[in-house]
Design a protein around this ligand. Structure first.
Ligand code: ASP
Length: 354
């Protein structure tokens, strides 16, 4: 009251007080704007959720993103809090099912943002690209620096991820990987450097778009089948078949290939040199695998380029051309393909369509 008496113009004081109170309320619930797109936030851990040696919760990660309340209303959920390489294939399946369930239950949800450690982010993102059944944006994001490090870029990456998830232009483009102000397709993106911030690249294909200060901008979109247009159904899955990757290198022995077959692999991706499908010193192992009915997919170890299908006879023997997928991505497609069919011709078709 003393303050009110000292204030020369009481009506103006009342106005200022109301404004201050409203501002404070806005601060308490800064996501009160119901017009903002609602985005599911599923946190799985990784460096982006690490400060020093401490793991941060989904809510703590969100607190590090200034300005987020201008673009979206996040709905956080802690799915896991682990390194990407610690995630099991069963957890991938559970995550895909969780995303599908969240979208099925909530028609008003605009999109989803998933955090992941960066080391195997490209694998998780491609798995979701083939198994999440929605046209709504699903963004996978991480960071190279931890939240306690100078120049932590996770806040900027997260803000970008939410802006991309909130953009209507992101619909129908499959799972998108957003880091470093760039939007990449989950199908093409790969981690190219162990430490640099600009590590995520789509090599010859390039980025789909950028996240600029004024708006999210797209230049192209994926044309291969993904998300709601795939034939894969994770809801029916109890597990994924074992598929291993073997790299060809000069003098590589067929022993490891035979060992993988004997250990129960249902498929093997050979990271071949160049576009050579015959396998050089791996040829005896490939022949052994094919006699046991194990599917062999050739994918180039060069990082880009295409392995075309061989003759239909070779395809029938279970030797599949992996097209332009990297060995890591070819393995994911082969695992999912084997949940649907054991026909090599059908699997070869999938490699040309996905
Ligand atoms: N080791 C971390 C992970 O993949 C690396 C990162 O997030 O950048 O979980």
């Amino acid at each position: 009251m003393g303050m009110l008496r000292r204030f020369k113009n009481p009506p103006v004081f009342a106005l200022v007080l109301t404004a201050v109170l409203l501002g404070a309320l806005g601060g308490i619930d800064s996501w009160a704007d119901n017009d903002l797109p609602r985005i599911k936030f599923l946190a799985t851990g990784g460096t982006i959720a690490t400060r020093g040696g401490t793991r941060l919760s989904a809510e703590e990660v969100l607190e590090m993103v200034p300005g987020l309340q201008k673009y979206a209303r996040p709905e956080p959920e802690q799915f896991a809090n682990i390194a990407s390489t610690a995630m099991t294939l069963d957890q991938w399946v559970q995550l895909a099912n969780r995303i599908n369930a969240v979208f099925d239950a909530d028609a008003g949800l605009t999109g989803a943002v998933i955090t992941s450690g960066t080391d195997s982010l490209e694998e998780l993102a491609y798995f979701l690209h083939l198994t999440v059944k929605t046209t709504r944006p699903v963004i996978v994001v991480g960071s190279m620096r931890n939240a306690g490090a100078p120049g932590f870029e996770g806040s900027a990456n997260l803000l970008d991820a939410f802006r991309v998830a909130a953009s209507t232009e992101s619909r129908g483009k499959g799972v998108l990987v957003v880091l470093n102000d760039e939007i990449n397709s989950a199908r093409e993106v790969t981690k190219t450097d162990a430490l640099r911030l600009q590590t995520f690249q789509s090599r010859p294909y390039g980025i789909l778009g950028v996240v600029d200060p004024d708006r999210v901008v797209y230049y192209r979109e994926p044309v291969k089948r993904h998300t709601q247009k795939t034939e894969f159904d994770v809801a029916a899955l109890t597990g994924l078949p074992r598929v291993d990757i073997m790299m060809f290198y000069q003098g590589a022995s067929s022993d490891l290939l035979r060992a993988a077959v004997d250990a129960g692999a249902k498929g093997i991706v050979i990271a071949v040199a160049g576009a050579d499908l015959t396998g050089g010193s791996l040829a005896p192992g490939i022949a052994y695998a094919s006699r046991q009915g194990v599917m062999i997919v050739a994918a180039t170890r060069t990082g880009s380029g295409r392995i075309a299908a061989l003759s239909s006879n070779r395809v029938r023997e279970g030797l599949i051309g992996g097209e332009d997928l990297t060995p890591l991505k070819a393995r994911i497609l082969l695992m999912l393909a084997l949940t649907r069919t054991h026909s090599p011709t059908d699997i070869q078709r999938m490699f040309t369509e996905y």
